[in-house]
Design a protein around this ligand. Structure first.
Ligand code: C2E
Ligand code: MG
Ligand code: MG
Length: 398
């Protein structure tokens, strides 16, 4: 979470770790408060309220113990170490400076107990607002891009579709992958604008690909799925781009579905009736999969990459993938194994009955231009023809 981390660092106050600069800041504030009282003629001429700044800062930054030390130091500086009147060298009465010290201590402790616990929430809120503004700025400045990762028919090809993955060409941090910012962005209202942009761009790109059977998969977040406007947005993106609904696949994560099952089922059903395909992403990472999966209006199960990664290393992974394939077939769904990184996983997944595979071993996600060039290369086009035939056969069989 590069963007989120940077924002957290700038929030400063949220961290309870003492840093040299924070301590130096408190010392400077105390010194300035003391000097100001002297310069203005002593405690009799001004009430030294400015000591509350270092006390409150320390309470929020370091908690009770720090607040107590700084309150006592402030009491001393504003009391015995500041005369009542500098010009006459008149000292303050002890009752006066002891009362003031009592206030310093009380305010510091109250701030540490009542205000400090709210800081992480405030810092998170500030971070979200910054990210929301930055994401809207990125949309306006054309810094967002869609990259595409091919999905292959199991056994090593051909390409049957591609997943659209969001990338942010950040002016300071370079290319940010979706994994680095999307979860945080999903907690802001900007996800709707970004999601809409992703949908429109993905449909436009897919409509320009040479093979008219190739589908594009778009990731949809929980908040987007929760919005009644989603079917309308999808219909508009399809109409504007001219892409048939059957060539669009929406990926929703299993966790999203478990969290808002009834609402999701209704919305996904509506989308499926429009002809859009639905894939359950990261399948196997949520809970109670078997209990709900038969209720879902889905076409594809994407087996999470953690299972693919352990293939050949842990016997259970083979059993789990085999089990998911059987479950999917029973329910009339297709399967995609995600995260294929090693050559030996390809025949293995094929034997286990997976329909499609996706991962770095085949192709890393690539910019739209590189994907278009890959499609235009003869080898892939030839394989596409084979696959189209195979799919037609399957449809005839059904
Ligand atoms: P996902 O949908 O499961 O996408 C797959 C993620 O795994 C991508 O990360 C991809 O780059 C990475 N990946 C692909 N093959 C391999 C592999 O062989 N090994 C490993 N280790 N990783 C692989 P990315 O692009 O950072 O996206 C992360 C997640 O962010 C996605 O997971 C998806 O849930 C979400 N996401 C991506 N684009 C969008 C978007 O446009 N909108 C929304 N709402 N979410 C998005
Ligand atoms: Mg996905
Ligand atoms: Mg996934």
């Amino acid at each position: 979470m590069a963007v989120a981390d940077a924002a957290q660092r700038t929030a400063g106050l949220s961290s309870g770790v003492p840093t040299r600069s924070a301590v130096a800041f408190v010392v400077v504030l105390l010194g300035a408060s003391w000097a100001a009282s002297w310069l203005l003629g002593g405690a009799g001429r001004v009430v030294p309220h400015w000591y509350y700044f270092p006390i409150l800062f320390t309470a929020l930054r370091f908690g009770h113990a720090g607040a107590l030390v700084v309150a006592l130091a402030s009491g001393l500086l504003a009391g015995p170490l500041t005369p009542q009147l500098v010009s006459e060298g008149l000292a303050q009465t002890s009752s006066e400076w002891l009362t003031r010290t009592g206030f310093f201590v009380a305010v510091g402790q109250i701030a540490a107990v009542l205000m400090r616990p709210a800081l992480p929430w405030l810092a998170a809120e500030a971070r979200r607002r910054r990210l929301e503004r930055a994401a809207r700025g990125a949309l306006a400045a054309d810094e967002l891009e869609l990259w595409f990762q091919p999905v292959l028919r199991a056994g090593g090809g051909p390409i049957v579709g591609a997943e659209a993955l969001l990338r942010w060409q950040h002016p300071d941090r370079g290319t940010l992958t979706a994994g680095e910012f999307i979860a945080e962005l999903e907690r802001t209202a900007a996800i709707h604008d970004v999601g809409d942009w992703v949908l429109r761009r993905a449909c436009e790109h897919a409509a320009s690909w040479p093979d008219e059977d190739l589908w594009v998969a778009v990731n949809v977040s929980a908040v987007e799925l929760d919005s009644a406007a989603l079917p309308g947005r999808i219909a508009r993106a399809l109409a504007t781009s001219g892409l048939p609904a059957s060539r669009l696949c929406l990926e929703v994560t299993e966790t999203t579905l478990v969290e808002q099952l009834d609402g999701s089922i209704a919305r996904l059903g509506e989308l499926q009736r429009m002809g859009v395909r639905i894939a359950i992403d990261d399948f196997g990472t949520g809970y109670s999969s078997l209990a709900y999966v038969h209720r879902l209006p889905a076409d594809i199960l994407k087996i999470d990459r953690s299972f693919t990664a352990r293939l050949g290393e842990q016997e259970q992974s083979e059993a789990i993938i085999g089990g998911v394939v059987i479950l999917a077939r029973t329910l009339g769904l297709e399967t995609v194994a995600e995260g294929v990184e090693r050559a030996e996983q390809v025949p293995w997944l094929h034997e286990l009955g997976c329909d499609m595979t996706q991962g770095y071993h085949h192709h890393h996600p690539m910019p739209a231009g590189a994907f278009a060039a890959l499609l235009a290369s003869g080898e892939v086009a030839g394989r596409l023809d084979d696959d189209r035939e195979r799919r037609r056969e399957r449809r005839r069989e059904r």
